[in-house]
Design a protein around this ligand. Structure first.
Ligand SMILES: *[C@@H]1O[C@H](CO)[C@@H](O)[C@H](O)[C@H]1NC(C)=O
Ligand SMILES: *[C@@H]1O[C@H](CO)[C@@H](O)[C@H](O)[C@H]1NC(C)=O
Length: 583
């Protein structure tokens, strides 16, 4: 057995190591500075309670982006020096973010041990490469991101750090081959366990979904699908699950070999960046070669997000979570005994609210950030949740889960077609969405982003909107002067959330105007730093009348868009006559 020693290294604080809600994300060039990664990793060990480090087992892996392998070797050596007993690494250093959550919650090591937490190396949907982004975050024993109490402590520690510990003489571990390598250190043995990156996750998915019924759907000559991993880590799960387990043909998968630079693209599953998929599904500018597949989906770099498409049809993330919730009990075995509750982030459309009301489910509206869902799940009151920003998930783990969302949709399609897989015409994604609208009404939805707006102008705009809220009659007077064809505002506030589980209060989460017909306007401000601010405007028109749920979305939203822009005096404050992006 190779023996190693522990070296104490002197260091000094490096500015700017404050982790956001998704960890610390910076350019690779920043991470490569001497001691940058070391300081953050040591500060994390310092911030955790000692029993979660000394003698504990931790996971280290990520989406395979540039700098991951180097980072993994450094973290292994620092873990050894800090008294960690075992490090689990997905083969080739790969594990999707949802798979890390699953591994922490479910995997049992050879000696019966479970993981106390893990480092996830990803910058999510940001590009990768020598001049692009790298990121690191820590997830706790429940498989969810470290709570603010811990990330605050990590940050505080980075501001005073003066030493770190590393096993410099520990040789690099071959993370490309499965197996356990044991070393001997001052605290006893130290094991690095390189394991199959898909096994644990696949086992969990098989315990949730009925793979046999999905297999029958995929085998139907009437069904075809296309999955785009955008060169991210989702590819290894897609190959294993869709090809090996479910028998799909290889031509169903595109961009499913992980690359450290994501092929030079943005691994972001939206209509802009999932270009190839969008074109194949017949949603591009030019018509595709041949008939588009019935179903399409994409993932981001670390496979926690998803985009769902039908043939020539886009499913909004807000509709997606509502439809999954409405169909879960019948179509997904894991939910057969009922849903404990459902939740959405505040800016996500109220489509889920209508489902919750109809099905008499507990319902929660939470601030943006997955940890709020995690708390509800730990308390046993939330089964399914989602965000407008392409995140969907359930209480099987404590992260959003891109592949899970695709399996949920395949399950719904399989269930709806179970007596008809060999029939003339299958029930399609579009049929399912349109039936949903006919039953629950439709929330026409759009998001306008104004990026890089002058920060003080953005703050003034928001302050003016808050001020307006003090008199609803005045607001309604203004709105009547803009359009006569929108409903009255019945409630207006700044969204504030008291976490029912830990009692924490989150204030100033966005400005809401709620209309009597169930429509909403939401304004949020982000990034008021030196590079300017982003104003996000969410516009949502609720239509209950089934004869009017098939309108063109832009037409249906036009009156409310008009109201939103004029009420907020968007152009006056920001000088912008149009948003940077419309989703
Ligand atoms: C950082 O961690 C070290 C080692 O545990 C500790 O001595 C120090 O007080 C911590 N500093 C802060 C600001 O938390
Ligand atoms: C897609 O995502 C990128 C961020 O990665 C964003 O800049 C772009 O505006 C998005 N496009 C749409 C249509 O949402």
């Amino acid at each position: 057995m190779v023996l190693f020693t522990v070296t104490r290294k002197e260091t000094a604080p490096i500015q700017g190591q404050k982790p956001g809600t998704s960890g610390l994300r910076k350019k690779v060039t920043v991470f490569k500075q001497p001691n940058y990664l070391h300081n953050f990793v040591q500060a994390t060990f310092n911030a955790l309670s000692p029993d979660k480090v000394r003698g504990a087992t931790i996971v280290v892996s990520g989406d395979g982006r540039y700098f991951s392998e180097e980072a993994i070797q450094i973290i292994i050596k620092m873990a050894a020096a800090n008294g960690v007993k075992g490090v689990w690494v997905g083969q080739n250093g790969l594990l999707s973010t949802p798979a890390v959550s699953a591994v922490i919650r479910e995997r049992v090591g050879k000696d019966g041990s479970k993981a106390a937490g893990g480092f996830i190396l990803t910058a999510s949907h940001n590009p990768g490469g020598p001049h692009e982004d790298f990121g690191i975050k820590y997830n706790m024993e429940n498989g969810g991101p470290a709570p603010e109490g811990i990330t605050d402590k990590i940050y505080a520690n980075t501001t005073t750090i003066n030493e770190y510990f590393i096993a410099e003489d520990l040789p690099d571990v071959d993370i490309s081959s499965i197996g356990i390598t044991s070393f001997g250190g001052p605290d006893g043995s130290f094991d690095v366990d390189v394991f199959d990156a898909t096994d644990d996750y696949v086992k969990l998915m098989k315990s949730i979904f009925d793979f046999e019924i999905i297999k029958k759907l995929l085998a139907s000559p009437k069904f075809s699908f296309c999955y785009d991993a955008l060169h991210g880590v989702a590819g290894i799960y897609a190959k294993r699950i869709f090809l090996e387990e479910l028998g799909a043909s290889g031509s169903s998968l595109i961009n499913c070999t992980p690359k450290e630079d994501f092929g030079g693209g943005h691994p972001d599953p939206n209509l802009t960046y999932a270009k190839e998929l969008v074109a194949r599904l017949g949603l591009g500018k030019s018509s595709p070669e041949g008939e588009p597949p019935e179903f399409g989906a994409a993932a981001d770099g670390d496979a926690d997000r998803n985009m769902i498409l039908g043939k020539r049809f886009f499913v909004t993330p807000s509709d997606s979570v509502a439809i999954i919730a409405a169909n879960a009990v019948k179509a997904i075995p894991y939910f057969n005994s009922g849903l404990k509750g459902v939740a959405r982030s505040m800016p996500t459309s109220a489509a889920l609210d209508v489902v919750a009301k109809n099905l008499n489910l507990k319902f929660f509206e939470v601030p943006t950030g997955w940890k709020f869902f995690g708390n509800l799940m730990d308390a046993g009151v939330c089964s399914v949740c989602g965000e407008e920003s392409f995140g969907t998930g359930s209480d099987h783990i404590r992260e959003k889960d891109g592949i899970w969302a695709v399996l949920a949709w395949l399950s719904i399609l399989a269930y709806r077609n179970k007596d008809n897989v060999d029939g003339d015409k299958l029930v399609t994604v579009q049929d399912i969405v349109e039936e949903h609208w006919a039953t629950y009404g439709r929330h026409y939805y759009t998001r306008y982003d104004y990026e890089n707006v002058d920060a003080s102008a953005a703050k003034e705009l928001m302050a003016a909107l808050v001020k307006l809220q003090s008199s609803l009659s005045a607001v309604n007077e203004i709105i009547k002067g803009i359009r006569s064809d929108v409903a009255e505002v019945v409630e207006a506030d700044e969204f504030e959330y008291k976490d029912p589980v830990d009692g924490s209060v989150s204030k100033h989460q966005g400005i809401r105007y709620l209309f009597g017909d169930g429509s909403r306007l939401v304004f949020r401000l982000s990034g008021t730093g030196s590079e300017g601010a982003t104003i996000r405007l969410y516009i949502e028109q609720y239509e209950k009348d089934p004869s009017k749920t098939g309108r063109d979305s832009q037409d249906a939203l036009a009156p409310l868009v008009d109201v939103a822009l004029k009420l907020s005096k968007m152009e006056e404050f920001t000088g912008r006559s149009a948003p940077t992006v419309i989703t």
